[in-house]
Each structure stands twice: as C-alpha cells, then as structure tokens.
Write a protein that binds this ligand. Structure first.
Ligand code: IPD
Length: 270
C-alpha cells in the first residue's frame, strides 16, 4: 500500500491542480507567450502561472510555510522551520519543444532537512512521491534503486550545459569517460525525472553540474527513500546547495565518483 501522509497529500493535490492547465498549454504551445530569461533558458507564461498556482495551493493548506521557487526566489514564511522548494516546470526546454518529458517538482524542508518530495508529469500522469522514512513511490508502485554493481552493465544519465552556461568541455569529458566504461548515458533534459528514474531503477546513476536546489529537492528525497545514495561531486553530502549532484546505488556511487574526480581540468578546461 502506498504511503501518503497529510502533507504528501497536500503536495500531490497541489501538483495535480497546477498540472491541469499545463496539459492544455502543452497542446497549444504556439499560443504561449514566451519571454527570454537568458540564452536558451526560456521562461513561459505557463512557468510563471504554474509557480503562482503551486504557491497559492500550498499556502492555503499550510499557511506560513516559506518558499524557494525557480521563478519567484525566496518568500519568507512566518513558520521558519518549513520551506517548500519548487520548480514549476523542470525540463522547460522539453516543454517548449513539445517533448512530453517534464515535471512539476515540490520538495519540503523541515528544520533545513529535506523530508518530502513530489514530482508530477501531467502529460504521462506519472506521480512520484516520497517522504523521509516511508519509501518512494510512482503512482501506487514502490520504487527501489537498481541492484547492478558493475559499471559495464549500468546505464547512466547526465545533464549537459547549453548555450550561455559554463562547463561544456568538462561535461563532455565526463560523459566520454563514463560512456567508455558503461552501457551508455542518456540526456533526457529534466534533472528531476533523471533522479526519479534512478529511484525506480531505470537508470543506475545520474550526475550533473550547475544545478539549482529547485531542480533536485524532490528528486533527492525520492532517491534516498528508494535506497540510493545522493551527494555532491566532491564526495560531500550537500547535493541540494552545492550545485553538483551524483546519485546511484551504494555500489556504483563510489565508482562513479572516483571516475568523475579523475576527469582532470587539463582534459576539460572550463
Ligand atoms: C533544467 C533541467 C535540465 C538540466 C538543467 C536544469 P529547468 O531545469 O533539469 O535537465 O540539465 O541543468 O536547469 O531549467 O528546465 O527547470
């Protein structure tokens, strides 16, 4: 039986409600008003509206909680011990191009610790959720990370920087190093769903540099609750704020970390 506490229910209902208009938008992409936030980083009216809707819904159920959102930044709450971390559309570029691989992402921090996460792809109707100590689920199905122990049989995911972002040479060198010793890598374009796929054992591991807390907050809870390890690319534990993240099962995480640390700056200069 899938575990859904009152707070998980609140987060799931908010994601479903805010996701509904997104399905319509997805079918009418040409009518969306698009504004440029930076090179290749589109922010749509849908993005802004979705964040507003999420904040309204979550605030109604939990007045006083604070927010960290991709669009609106920090909103201080009266309740200093709780904060939602939200990305209205993770995988914005996919969304803009009509690729149905994106998700609304809601993480919840209590006293600075991530305790719950919800990810919802409204097009596929996949609802991923997890609460600390209670496991991770996709719809009603329990998620577990894969058992594979060998790099050679493992499939990894990563994110590659695009125009205007730093670290192209390093990212490509890292991808080449992992490709050479594994069953391959995938770049699907939504970090949150990459992590959900690790939680469900589809991918054996995921790493990326240049990430923001809202890209990964919910995914961190999912992977941990599915039995996986999540940390940064220096071997530290702070995957939420460090900007780099690596996750995998307990066997592959150290192997992947060692391999990526060995990709030296002279081979990858930026
Ligand atoms: C992006 C996606 C992408 C990742 C980028 C993120 P956004 O989030 O998660 O997969 O490679 O680093 O910024 O901008 O679509 O919310």
């Amino acid at each position: 039986m899938a575990y859904q506490s009152p707070i998980l229910n609140v987060m799931i209902m908010a994601a479903r409600k805010a996701g509904r208009p997104l399905i319509r938008d997805f079918g009418e992409l040409e009518n969306l008003q698009i504004s440029m936030k930076g090179p290749a980083d589109f922010v749509t009216s849908a993005d802004k509206r979705t964040e507003k809707l999420l904040i309204e819904e979550l605030s109604r159920a939990r007045p006083g909680y604070g927010f960290l959102g991709e669009e609106g930044g920090v909103i201080e709450g009266k309740d200093k011990s709780h904060r939602f971390i939200i990305d209205p559309i993770d995988g914005t570029t996919n969304f803009m191009h009509g690729v149905p691989h994106f998700a609304l992402s809601i993480g919840l921090e209590r006293e600075g610790v991530l305790v719950a996460g919800v990810l919802f792809n409204p097009v596929t109707d996949d609802m991923y959720y997890a609460e600390k100590g209670h496991g991770a689920y996709l719809n009603n199905k329990r998620l577990r990370v894969a058992e594979r122990r060998e790099m050679a049989t493992s499939l990894f995911a990563t994110g590659l920087p695009f125009m205007g972002r730093e670290g192209h040479a390093r990212a490509h060198a890292e991808a080449a190093a992992v490709t050479a010793v594994s069953s391959g890598i995938r770049r699907f374009g939504a970090a949150s769903l990459d992590m959900a796929y690790v939680a469900g054992g589809r991918f054996d591991g995921f790493w990326e540099r240049g990430l923001n807390p809202w890209d990964v907050a919910a995914g961190i809870v999912l992977v941990r609750e599915a039995g996986g390890m999540v940390g940064d690319l220096h071997g530290g534990p702070d995957a939420l704020n460090s900007g780099t993240l690596l996750c995998a099962n307990e066997y592959l995480q150290p192997q992947l970390l060692k391999l990526l640390k060995g990709v030296t700056p002279d081979k990858a200069s930026d």
